[in-house]
Ligand binder design. Structure first.
Ligand SMILES: Cc1cn([C@H]2C[C@H](O)[C@@H](COP(=O)(O)OP(=O)(O)O[C@H]3O[C@H](C)C(=O)[C@H](O)[C@H]3O)O2)c(=O)[nH]c1=O
Length: 181
């Protein structure tokens, strides 16, 4: 397993060991001991799965209070996955990182607590699965605008082709969101 830091302080890109044979492949998508060695000491309490077609953008979401650390990956299709640093004490506060996660590259992303998270689906029939280290709490959930000019995320699909939920169309500006200490 190869674990690499990202352009923003905190998130880690994980390239798991892939064991291939004439039947296909095997990979450990979570191993507490191996991930702890890489500095990821999460105790997950919830596992999520969403399915989306190309052009769907889910996010940018975060919970405050009750923030969630997330271990995310794609098992079918591909996404452009984005995390925005909302920790005021971080040297990369207000900065974003975007990484392509796909069934073919088998990459995973660890996002510690304190980030807004979202992804743009790049293929029809994409399955996105992820573990969370805190429970979902709709009463504490916030949405940061996916196209906030102060963050300036360079999404790889033009805005006119992006599909959003009603909630995500009404995301708050970065200047207004309830950031973390
Ligand atoms: C997140 C979540 C949602 N729900 C219910 C609430 C709604 O009735 C329905 C769809 O929720 P929502 O539109 O918020 O789903 P996404 O847009 O995929 O939200 C996710 O999008 C980005 C990518 C994230 O990182 C978050 O995990 C999460 O906010 O599932 C639940 O019952 N449990 C949950 O943990």
């Amino acid at each position: 397993m190869k674990v690499s830091p990202c352009a923003v302080e905190g998130p880690l890109l994980i390239e798991p060991r892939i064991i291939e044979d004439d039947r296909g492949f095997f990979m450990e998508s979570w191993n507490a001991a191996a991930f702890a060695k890489a500095g990821i000491n999460a105790k997950f309490v919830q596992d999520n799965h969403s399915h989306s077609d190309r052009g769907v953008l889910r996010g940018l979401h975060f919970q405050n209070p009750q923030p969630q650390g997330k271990l995310v990956r794609v098992v079918t299709g591909s996404v452009f996955d984005v995390a925005v640093d909302l920790r005021r004490s971080s040297p990369t506060f207000g900065q974003w990182v975007g990484i392509e996660l796909s069934a073919s590259n088998r990459r995973m992303l660890w996002l510690p607590r304190g980030f807004a998270h979202g992804f743009l689906t790049l293929e029809d029939g994409t399955d996105f699965v992820y573990k969370c280290d805190a429970f979902y709490a709709s009463e504490h959930e916030h949405t940061l605008a996916w196209n906030d000019p102060d963050i300036g995320i360079d999404w790889p699909i033009s805005a006119d082709k992006i599909r959003l939920s009603a909630k995500d169309r009404e995301g708050a500006a970065f200047r207004e969101v309830e950031a973390f200490a």
